[in-house]
Design a binder for this molecule. Structure first.
Ligand code: ATP
Ligand code: MG
Length: 213
């Protein structure tokens, strides 16, 4: 089993997340992708009145039609801060030895991974799939050497960096959709349309509950 994991605040989930997940599933040949909304992101504040339940429900509705996508409440149920290292330990334990984990992360987030809790252990627990994101320069090779290990070696096409002890790091371009949750929240606040940036069910949820106004 090849299991993709996509963590995020999902405040709210949008087509940038969904399309990236779909393309990665095909390109890296993953069997499933689990979306993992974070409870209390160490790096950001989630402003009230948006609740964890709202973010979770929007992810649920957004992925409902895709048989390869599912949602995990692991970070939401765990008390305290959401640390990726604990999440990966959890999935490694629960998924079993035959399952390979692929943690999917945007380039912007990946280039800050050296600030994450126990970040070196992450590379023992899971492969990484780093998404190219509009506006972020490619500095992956040097970043890996400087921060994780000098022993990562690119394969021929530089699509994948391999290591004799640690898990692989994949570098994967996906269709550039210049959409962010910040942009969605700003548009709603300004009274503008978010149609075609988020799934219809997410748009309706935001409008019906009066979120982000
Ligand atoms: P915010 O604007 O609040 O930071 P966001 O849109 O970046 O939100 P997150 O929940 O922080 O959304 O993102 C979760 C993961 O999805 C991160 O790894 C992020 O890099 C990635 N991601 C977010 N938007 C896109 C996009 N448009 N294309 C590809 N990846 C994305
Ligand atoms: Mg972000």
């Amino acid at each position: 089993m090849r299991l993709g994991l996509l963590g995020g605040t999902f405040n709210p989930i949008h087509f940038g997340h969904l399309r990236a997940a779909e393309e990665i599933r095909e390109k890296i040949r993953l069997d499933r992708i689990t979306f993992i909304p974070s409870a209390l992101p160490p790096h950001k504040k989630v402003e009230p009145p948006i609740t964890v339940a709202d973010r979770l429900e929007m992810v649920r509705r957004a992925v409902a039609g895709n048989p390869f996508f599912e949602v995990s409440e692991i970070e939401i149920r765990r008390p305290g801060l959401s640390y990726t290292v604990e999440t990966l330990r959890h999935f490694q334990r629960s998924a079993g030895a035959e399952t390979e984990l692929f943690f999917i992360v945007g380039m912007d987030a990946f280039l800050e991974i050296n600030t994450w809790e126990s970040y070196k252990e992450l590379f023992q627990l899971s492969h990484f799939v780093v998404l190219e994101r509009p506006g972020t320069p490619h500095a992956l090779e040097k970043f890996l050497a400087d921060n994780i290990s000098p022993d990562y070696r690119p394969d021929n096409e530089k699509r994948r960096y391999l290591h004799h002890e640690l898990r692989a790091v994949f570098f994967q371009a996906v269709t550039s959709l210049d959409i962010s949750s910040t942009k969605i929240r700003d548009l709603v606040k300004e009274g503008c349309s978010i149609r075609y940036l988020v799934p219809r069910v997410v748009e309706e949820y935001i409008i019906n509950k009066g979120l982000y106004k």
